[in-house]
Design a protein around this ligand. Structure first.
Ligand code: GLA
Length: 387
């Protein structure tokens, strides 16, 4: 839906004009999975699918929301913010208002129209895009003096504490700070970041939705987090200085892995080598070595499947389909796993052929019709003023 149409809708719903449009993108992670909550490294890009939020101030201390995806409205009072019983979607906005107030920021009411282009529940961070857009909305309307890193931390806090999903910091980071044609290399411990230019003109990233819905809150995501914590606890007996798996070197792993139960050993191995792969990915991308990057993607998938055990047979099938395809350089599940999407790195001329092949093979084998998203590495969240 274009801007003019959205403004028209806004006027019809709120009987006034919006003053700003805030746009915050979804993200896809190129490599570095399940490393963010282990203080490790990640390499996401923002995708050209945005959550659009049209806003204007109100003086009655209420946040009024209308979400075009659900064609539903909701409202809450800033004096008394509780999770919604019926309209779960509005917990994202409620959570953001709550963490801002708790942190001492002075915010007031606003009237909000939401239109998100980010597919929901498939691992492309639709929630993070809504959180970041909502935070930016309050920042703009109430002139909050708040730095990007603080915004990212607060958005994550809202998701962790209010929505109840124990996500790491990558999604909110990518939604706010990504840059067009670049990947975002994040050190999830120090929160330092670097832009890595993607000189991949003759290649594309293609996303394929396995159509197996994943629900982070209900999934084994929190269980994996706990396993990592448990592993750290055991390893601390031998390596007292470590505080997370980020601190465990490959040598340490070799030396002490026999003290870990089999399952935890696999988890730790994934995290340590995945961190290494992210750093290698940055190096090869800097040199423009796209083939090497593709190989790292495959290795990452193998590790997520065999060691971290977050793949599904559908995701594996999508990664395998490419095997005898020329022009496909890499593929892996992306996001938390347990369903959701696969990302391919593919030569431009092979994209359509790959889609046809996937449609044919995947549909026959699973009875599911996969969905494709052609994406380009895009800019992070931004504000547009409406005259
Ligand atoms: C989800 C979380 C992220 C990250 C990934 C796995 O997308 O929201 O913080 O942990 O899973 O890499």
């Amino acid at each position: 839906m274009n801007k003019e149409k959205l403004i028209k809708q806004y006027k019809a719903i709120f009987h006034k004009s919006p003053t700003h449009i805030i746009r915050a993108p979804g993200r896809v992670n190129l490599i570095g999975e399940h490393t963010d909550y282990n203080d490790g490294f990640v390499l996401p890009i923002a995708i050209d699918r945005y959550t659009n939020i049209l806003i204007s101030k109100n003086d009655d201390g209420k946040v009024r929301l209308y979400d075009l995806k659900y064609n539903e409205k909701d409202e809450f009072d800033l004096e008394n913010i509780k999770p919604s019983q019926q309209k779960k979607w509005s917990d994202l906005q409620r959570g953001i208002a709550k963490v801002l107030l708790d942190a001492g920021y002075e915010i007031g009411g606003m009237d909000v129209l939401i239109f998100s282009e980010v597919p929901e529940g498939v691992g492309l961070s639709s929630s993070a895009s809504i959180e970041i857009a909502t935070l930016l909305s309050f920042k703009e309307l109430y002139n909050l003096d708040i730095k990007p890193i603080e915004m990212i931390k607060l958005a994550k806090k809202a998701e962790n504490e209010f929505v109840g999903v124990q996500c790491g910091i990558m999604d909110q980071f990518a939604s706010l700070l990504s840059k067009e044609s670049n990947a975002l290399f994040i050190d999830c411990r120090t929160l330092d970041f670097k832009y890595i230019p993607l000189s991949i003109q003759s290649y594309s990233f293609l996303i394929c939705n396995s159509m197996v819905k994943r629900k982070l809150a209900d999934s084994s995501y929190n269980e994996r987090r706990k396993e990592c914590k448990d592993a750290v606890k055991i390893l601390q007996k031998y390596l007292p200085e470590i505080t997370s798996l980020r601190d465990v070197s490959i040598n340490d792993l070799e030396k002490y892995k026999s003290y870990l139960p089999e399952e935890l050993k696999r988890r730790v191995e994934h995290v340590i080598y995945e961190n290494k792969r992210v750093k290698q990915a940055v190096e090869v991308l800097k040199k423009g070595n796209v083939e090497a990057f593709g190989k790292l993607m495959y290795q990452s998938h193998k590790s997520l499947k065999e060691l971290y055990e977050v793949s599904t047979k559908e995701l594996d099938l999508l990664v395998e389909i490419r095997k005898d395809e020329t022009g496909v350089l890499g593929a892996r599940l992306t996001g938390a796993g347990f369903g959701g999407c696969v990302i391919y790195l593919v030569k431009n001329y092979s994209v359509e052929h790959l889609k046809e092949k996937i449609l044919d093979v995947y549909s026959k084998k699973t009875g599911l019709v996969p969905q494709f998203y052609d994406i380009v590495p895009s800019r992070g969240a931004y504000v547009e003023f409406i005259k």
